[in-house]
Design a protein around this ligand. Structure first.
Ligand SMILES: [Fe+2]
Ligand SMILES: [Fe+2]
Length: 316
């Protein structure tokens, strides 16, 4: 059976508390081997075991995508599952879609599907007061473009909500944040994955990703706000950002949000050359060392998120 017949899903988007309504496969070499029959439950220990060996190990038939999405939606409204578990399921299930954003040449499909992802995050945050705190508390361990994009999307929804965004605007912000680094599709993968610091030539190439992103998005009907999240997220309030050296209010308000959540994610995630900072340490660092780059009010609003996280019992 060809690879396109299968869709990769994250292990932790499957929960041991309920039967799984679709077949699950594992990949061995080039083959997909049947692992769990539709209607069966999977033991928590089995998921844990797989996690250690191969976190991306589960596959489903691609034509069961709708079933899978329904399964996730049902978990999200379950009375029994604690908020943190729901946050894990939602985050992990969204990851496969985010991977597609970067791998699938069809950006229009990715743009379309991202709307659904953002809606799910927004309704989870609306429905459960601790949802945002838990989603933000679940930072990825490693810095990959996929994890990073999803995290920046989630953090931006959180910060946007605290800053007073809602409805269509909040959705737009989430989408813009999710696509903020889409231009990295055109940057050489060796540069993106390089373990150490970049040399001058590599850095110049890397700094083009906002332009590349804009070029990509210009081919589709997306709003100016979404384009701004992509094109202006490396601008700095004092004018020393790139690519346009915009100053203060010239930077689109949504891009100002992404600028903050982008740096926050970089600081709180493990990179090859630094250890992750705790959330509050990262924010203090941003305020004390980089404060001039950001919209002061938005940076202050990030502290409000830390407060929500502590309220929800998450270490900050
Ligand atoms: Fe970027
Ligand atoms: Fe980024």
């Amino acid at each position: 059976m060809s690879a396109e017949k299968f869709m990769k899903i994250r292990l932790n988007s499957i929960h041991p508390s309920a039967p799984v309504p679709f077949d699950i496969f594992v990949q061995i070499g080039q083959r997909h081997v049947h692992y769990l029959r539709a209607g069966d439950q999977i033991a928590a220990e089995k998921i844990e075991n797989f996690e250690k060996k191969a976190p991306d190990a589960f596959f489903i038939y691609a034509n069961e995508r709708g079933n899978y999405q329904r399964y996730v939606r049902e978990r999200m409204v379950s009375e029994e599952l604690p908020t943190r578990e729901k946050a894990i399921i939602l985050r992990e299930s969204s990851m496969s879609i985010v991977e597609e954003l970067f791998e699938n040449p069809d950006v229009s499909r990715a743009l379309q599907e991202s709307k659904e992802v953002i809606s799910q995050f927004v309704s989870f945050m609306d429905q459960d007061p601790d949802a945002m705190a838990h989603l933000i508390g679940l930072s990825s361990h490693d810095f990959y473009t996929y994890n990073h994009s999803l995290d920046v999307g989630i953090y931006s929804l959180g910060l946007g909500k605290v800053a007073g965004y809602d409805g269509a605007e909040l959705h737009e912000l989430g989408q813009g944040a999710l696509f903020h680094d889409v231009g990295k599709r055109h940057v050489n993968v060796d540069i993106i994955c390089k373990a150490g610091p970049l040399d001058e030539v590599e850095w110049a190439q890397m700094q083009k990703h906002p332009q590349y992103g804009l070029m990509i998005l210009n081919n589709y009907s997306v709003s100016d706000a979404i384009k701004a999240c992509c094109f202006e997220h490396h601008e700095s309030f004092v004018g020393n950002g790139y690519p346009q050296q915009l100053v203060g209010q010239e930077i689109h308000p949504m891009a100002r949000i992404v600028a903050i959540t982008d740096t926050y994610d970089a600081l709180t995630t493990k990179r090859s050359y630094n250890n992750p900072m705790m959330p509050t340490d990262a924010l203090n660092f941003m305020k004390e060392k980089l404060g001039a780059r950001y919209d002061e009010n938005l940076l202050r609003a990030m502290y409000e998120i830390m407060f929500h996280m502590r309220e929800a019992g998450i270490e900050t």
